[in-house]
Ligand binder design. Structure first.
Ligand code: NAD
Length: 368
């Protein structure tokens, strides 16, 4: 059951419940933190077993977005939304437009995007009613498919990890076991192939494996479960979360874990175990932030050059996190939180003084 105590326990600012019985809309938006800017995070649609389950999910996911935006250097806060419903039966134009009208009423405090079970066509309906949405089609000034940018960010994270582990940035002749030949996995595979790395790949979907092989001709396909036993330099989880767990961790022979999947560590203690085993873990929520960086610039006018430049900063930020991890002798996942929290705190402090009306400093631009 929702309580104010639960809201404040992890520092959330606001939770909003919207319903519209005319189109069966039941949406919950959680705004975790807006110190750095408006809260940005996708909307997911899911047939939750209970409202409590939906509330827990939205609170957890919105907090994650605060950390991701902060560590990525974005001037954005963290938020997330869930629509309770069955995506196969309950979607309609009216539902998404009604949702968009409610979003508009938040006056830009929360900006949404696609997430699980929400596609471009759903977002287009939301966009009809509010501009507080990113990830719209390129023809509407949007940024299109985020996956190439996510893959590029993961690749930059791998390069940073290679600097630390192998003493050089190049991934030439390195071996990578890649789990998941989907949208991100495919682009990552191409980048690795171009760099001269050797890829071992697995996927449950044969069609995706075939597509992958056409792009990465020297890729070696391995069984679904065999991916954890491959004697590769880098393990790149790009399919599911929680694949670094009690069952897999002793099987990993790699020196680096670096992939696109969210929440790769089943529990935090698996991050501690990786450190003990001398396996370098690239912080998942930073290195997979390329897609978020890409959509974040839609408001100022998207361009490939801007997006690429921003995604490339992941290399330096990853190195910075490894340094904090070494200096404070803490696992990488904790060092990532340290960097995110210290940025939010330092910006919170400079906002403490009243400096008069500064809106003239942003002529012609809506200050968010
Ligand atoms: P996707 O659905 O296009 O690809 C996932 C692939 O993993 C599919 O080909 C699927 O068949 C495969 N797969 C599923 N279960 C598997 C298993 N047990 N073993 C092997 N393969 C399996 O998704 P995506 O967009 O490529 O995203 C990949 C991961 O990265 C996801 O965890 C996603 O949450 C995360 N991520 C994606 C983006 C993005 O921009 N797309 C951004 C941040 C994080």
């Amino acid at each position: 059951m929702f309580t104010f105590e639960r809201l404040y326990a992890e520092g959330h600012e606001e939770i909003v419940f919207f319903s519209d019985t005319t189109c069966n809309l039941k949406a919950i938006i959680a705004i975790h933190n807006t110190v750095l800017g408006p809260a940005l995070g996708g909307t997911r649609m899911w047939p939750y077993g209970s409202e409590d389950e939906a509330i827990e999910d939205v609170l957890r996911l919105s907090k994650g977005m605060t950390y991701k935006a902060a560590v990525s250097g974005l001037n954005l806060g963290g938020g997330k939304a869930v629509i309770i419903g069955d995506p196969k039966k309950d979607k309609s134009e009216a539902l998404f437009r009604s949702y968009g009208r409610y979003l508009e009423s938040l006056n830009g405090r929360y900006i949404t995007a696609e997430d699980v079970n929400i596609g471009v066509e759903d977002i287009e309906h939301v966009f009809t009613e509010t501009t507080n949405v990113v990830g719209v089609a390129k023809m509407h000034g949007g940024s299109g498919n985020p996956s190439p940018y996510t893959a590029r960010g993961v690749y930059r994270g791998m390069e940073a990890a290679a600097v630390k582990v192998f003493g050089e940035r190049s991934l030439k002749d390195k071996t990578v076991s890649l789990q998941g030949a989907g949208s991100v996995g495919r682009f990552l595979g191409e980048l690795l192939y171009e760099s001269g790395a050797k890829v071992f790949v697995t996927d449950i979907n044969e069609t995706n494996i075939e597509k992958f092989k056409s792009l990465v001709p020297n890729a070696e396909v391995v069984g679904i479960d065999d991916i954890y036993d491959v004697d590769a330099d880098i393990y790149a989880p790009c399919a599911l979360g929680a694949t670094v767990n009690d069952k897999t961790i002793d099987r990993l022979k790699c020196k680096i874990v670096c992939g696109a999947a969210n929440n790769q560590l089943a529990e935090w203690r698996h991050g501690d175990i990786l450190k003990e085993k001398n396996i370098l873990y690239a912080p998942d929520y930073l290195i997979n932030a390329g897609g978020l960086m890409n959509v974040s610039i839609e408001f100022e006018g998207w361009s490939d050059t801007k997006a690429t430049r921003m995604v490339d900063t992941i290399f330096d930020t990853t190195l910075k996190i490894f340094k904090i991890s070494d200096e404070q002798n803490i696992p990488v996942y904790k060092a990532t939180d340290v960097l995110a929290e210290s940025r939010i705190e330092s910006i919170r402090k400079i906002q403490a003084r009243y400096l008069g009306d500064t809106s003239h400093r942003f002529p012609g631009r809506k200050k968010r």
